[in-house]
Design a protein. Sequence first.
Length: 692
Amino acid sequence: MENKRLHIIKATLINVCRFLLAAVFIFSGFVKAVDPFGSTYKIQDYLEAFGISAWFPSFFPLLGAIALSTLEFALGVMLFFGIRKGTATLLTLFLICFMTPLTLYLAIADPVSDCGCFGDVWILTNWETFTKNIVLLLAAFVAFKWRYLIIRFISPKSEWLASLYSVIFILILSIYCLIHLPILDFRPYRVGVNIREDMSIPPDAKPGVYESIFILEKNGERKEFTLDDYPDSTWTFVDVRTALKEKGYEPPIRDFCMKSLETGDDITAEVLDDKNYTFLLIAHRIEGADDSNIDLINEIYDYSVERGYAFYCLTSSPEDEIEQWKDKTGAEYPFCLTDDMTLKTIVRANPGLALIKDGTILKKWSNNEFPDEYVLTDSLDKLRLGEERSTDLHKIGWTLLWFILPLSLILGLDLFLVKRSARLAKENQRLINPLIKNKMRKNIVAGNWKMNKTLREGIEFVKELKEILAEDKPNCEVLVCTPFIHLASVATILEVSAIGVGAENCADKASGAYTGEVSAAMVASTGAKYVILGHSERRAYYGETAGILKEKVKLALSNGLTPIFCIGEVLAEREANKQNEVVYTQLADSLFDLSVEDFSRIVLAYEPVWAIGTGRTATSLQAQEMHAYIRSVIADKYGKEAAENTSILYGGSCNPSNAKELFGNPDVDGGLIGGAALKAADFKGVIDGFKA
Ligand code: PEP
């Protein structure tokens, strides 16, 4: 009970971590995709701050921005739906492990002012970013360590479709926002904003507090002082600077300034106070501006002259570059100088166009969508684009719809397919074997570790398996058969689980002077309930004969253990078509002395020796034929009921990819698994052979 509660708490915690990571990654991937140029500028800032921008080709920042947003978004979606839990949580952990020390460095050295994790939507200080990454690192570690407890919302069959759609969606969104402008604008210069108002400081706002820092020198030593601790006259004055002591109110727009190239005057107020329309052609670096629409730009300029609207080109480029542009394009419009960063913030295109009126931004265009003569058909006050509009809410709706609707369709289809295949599997089973409805015998998947795993490895394995199966209940009985030294510890760990424990052998003597042997009673005393007997490796390497095995079986039964009795032919016997004969003899010589009650406590495992550990599995038909034969032999000896109630497992290179087919046979009641039982994920794959 206590354990169950603990499990629920753990599973809840892990899933909370997974959803937290998913939400953060989906959000940060999305906001970066919406504004690819914004992320590009940020990456450029980083490269410059670290002095490594020359190492990379000029397209690298843009490529990096798109790759990063795609990776983050896809990881978020994978974590959200529980797709490829191992890969998704490992990649997440790697990503955050890389980011955390980097953001610590940013917080300490402060080479860039904000990290840009969430674009312009949510600007964090460098220390806030580092704190956020510490929380995410913890969550990523928890999610990775216990990834098996992550609940999945989509079947493995359809998960690739959901991941692929997410990648395609986010790539298309990035490209769309590159060609046009960001569909959502979180910057200070979004449509609807009045630049003049957003530049002004309200009269009651708290101003910033600044102080003078004096740099003084004495005996070759330089020190900084404020007015409060200004030293005596033995110090010589060197320099003074002003530093911000206390942050005051900062208006949303602080850096908008238009300086006329022609007159050198600051014409910001004049432009922002103009009650008429003004076109601002914005080319933060005119020498890098796309000149494919020169004619259209000139047409817009002619249109504005004709209609009496102002038109300026804003750039941060030097005069000679502006002159070159004029020569190349025949530009007659006036130029103004504005800060490079401000221009990049106003419009994410080079060049872009903005229409303002009375200081309010009415519309923005990228180079690829400038209005032409078919749009500018009349004076602006008679056109829709001359109206004041705020950011289009419907764009958010459309974007979400483009993501959510197809994804919901994929999920719906997935649900339908899962239900349908479960129904078909059930019907198939009934068709193959009408008795299955009343099948009394158990389906069992038993792992045989053989001589593998140290005690510590064994303990870690069963803990992991226990968690996996607690989250996703098996449709069959599950056993782990371990070397003797593991038994007591493993049995204690699995005491309150649905997983049974067995030994791989026991002595053919009850007790006494048999150095190195372990009796059935000793095995039972550890809490184990099963014991593998007659495995072909013990028959072949340790000379276990039918007579020895007969003793072992009796001792196991008398000590309350269930023997998993192995039978099977070697390759030469199969090739000579003697398999039935061999198997019959093995059964008869070791088991057919038992009473029907004792026999009913035996589990059989048919293991063709040529298939054990060889990777060569018996075909589904070979397995079914032999299992049906064994059942018929039991029916002859102990009656039909005993035969129907005996579980017969198949063993020999059974793995996650063939388990379903093998277990689908009416006479195959599970598997004895060697190699594929050594890793929890593989073993789970085999166990899932009993799932629809
Ligand atoms: C076994 O040893 O019982 C066995 C079936 O091994 P494997 O699955 O590796 O063939």
